[in-house]
Design a protein around this ligand. Structure first.
Ligand code: UD1
Ligand code: UDP
Length: 382
């Protein structure tokens, strides 16, 4: 039996962890013991607890209750809490997801005391270091022992950064092993897709008809914190909704909800609030967002996870960023990068509601990435 210490903290990590915990429970229960540490980076009920309840993730063994703060304060507090738990629990390895401050904290705490790091979602790059996430993921990858990339592009990025292919065991941070293994988020979307509409009432609640609404999410710090960008984004959403008489539903991240009244012009803020086609709602559960993604005509987002889920459910996606780590979505024409440019966003909207033959190749594995990852961990972590 090996002991893995899993770090979660932000919403997408809680969701990602569900895939591995499910694989452990179903297939590796006698071989892997998972200790879950919640850093408390996200703490609102609808940003954290709702996912434990809905996705049957085991209750965390520890919660550091870190909460919000500046990058330095938040990360430092997590490092110190995680280090203490690592010293006490002595796991065989630490499992880290994605690119948040919780990921970085886990990578620093574990690597400094030589606990092997397993990075899931390794290799993804935006090539834009002004994103805090880009710094987090680069730093985490470079102290990892097993690096699981969901895409070929991610794997190739690691090779370009000097990671050797075909290294031989025993693996360590000085001799890491890299994989292209499919996406655990695809595992989750497949697994929960069939029950999403039955178990939720979000479509009925907001009177949404299949194919007759747009799903939008906005939370990226450069969009929320910059008044010019935030005004541009909400102005164009307002225009698209009004001109096309189409509902746009926006489950709003708390970061954005707090900044709307501060950063939008009072005039636009009032327009948005009184537009009957714009539905601003609190963050929804994973099953609810799947129901929305499956039934929307199109998705507009700056989220990493949501742009990919749009693709899983064969929906076109407008990406409100200047670049994406999920470059294959752009290359096959299923998504467009528009940044916060109102003209480009409107053009992309017109393009996607007109074009009928979008191509959604199978790029993210077979829905069994978590099982594969557990098998490899068992081979090489002792
Ligand atoms: C974090 C991640 C980002 C990820 C996102 C997922 C970092 C650097 N960023 O961004 O990569 O895409 O999570 O959602 O780790 N807040 C609440 N309640 C909560 C959580 C946050 O009100 O439960 C508010 C607070 O005002 C906080 C702000 O949201 O200051 C930002 O939260 P934080 O965790 O720092 O970053 P995110 O923007 O959520
Ligand atoms: N998500 C959710 N409810 C919401 C918005 C997003 O469950 O109201 C899910 C979404 O389906 C995806 C994950 O949260 O699986 C993405 O998280 P987020 O957009 O916060 O972060 P990112 O992926 O950009 O890091």
């Amino acid at each position: 039996m090996i002991k893995l210490l899993t770090i979660i903290g932000a919403r997408p990590q809680i969701i990602k962890a569900a895939a591995l915990s499910r694989a452990v429970k179903d297939k590796f229960n006698n071989e892997i013991k998972e200790i879950i540490v919640h850093t408390g980076q996200h703490y609102d009920e609808n940003m954290s607890q709702v996912f434990f309840d809905e996705l049957q993730i085991p209750t965390p063994d520890y919660n550091l209750n870190t909460g919000s703060g500046s990058h330095g304060k938040q990360t430092a507090s997590m490092i110190s809490g995680i280090e203490e738990i690592l010293l006490k629990e002595k796991p065989n390895a630490i499992v880290l997801y994605g690119d948040t401050n919780s990921t970085l904290a886990g990578a620093i705490a574990a690597s400094k005391i030589q606990v092997p790091v397993i990075h899931i979602e390794a290799g993804l790059r935006s090539f834009n270091k002004s994103m805090p996430e880009e710094i987090n993921r680069i730093m985490c990858d470079h102290v990892s022992t097993l690096l699981f990339s969901p895409t070929k592009a991610g794997y190739d990025n690691l090779v370009k950064e000097g990671f050797e292919e075909n290294t031989l065991p025993p693996y360590s941070f000085n001799n890491p092993k890299i994989y292209h293994c499919g996406d655990i988020m695809y595992d989750n979307s497949l697994y929960f897709s069939s029950i999403a509409e039955q178990k939720t009432s979000v479509l009925k609640e907001y009177a949404l008809q299949t194919g007759k609404f747009v799903l939008a999410t906005i939370h990226r710090n450069n969009n929320t914190d910059d008044p010019i960008r935030l005004n541009a984004l909400f102005n164009v959403l307002n225009t698209i909704a009004t001109e096309n008489k189409i509902k746009i539903i926006l489950p709003l991240h708390p970061r954005t909800a707090k900044l709307l009244p501060v950063n939008l012009s009072p005039e636009l803020y009032n327009k948005i609030k009184s537009n009957e086609y714009i539905l601003i709602i609190p963050p929804v559960s994973f099953l609810e967002i799947i129901a929305l993604e499956k039934n929307a005509s199109l998705v507009i987002t700056d989220s990493g996870g949501v742009q990919k889920e749009a693709f899983f459910f064969q929906k076109p996606c407008i990406i409100l960023r200047s670049e994406t780590e999920w470059i294959e979505l752009i290359n096959c024409g299923a998504a467009r990068i528009t940044d916060a440019d109102e003209v480009k966003i409107k053009e992309a909207y017109t393009h996607f509601i007109t074009v009928k033959d979008l191509y959604f190749p199978a790029l993210f594995g077979d829905g069994k990435a978590a099982e594969f990852i557990c098998g490899e961990i068992l081979k090489y972590v002792h």
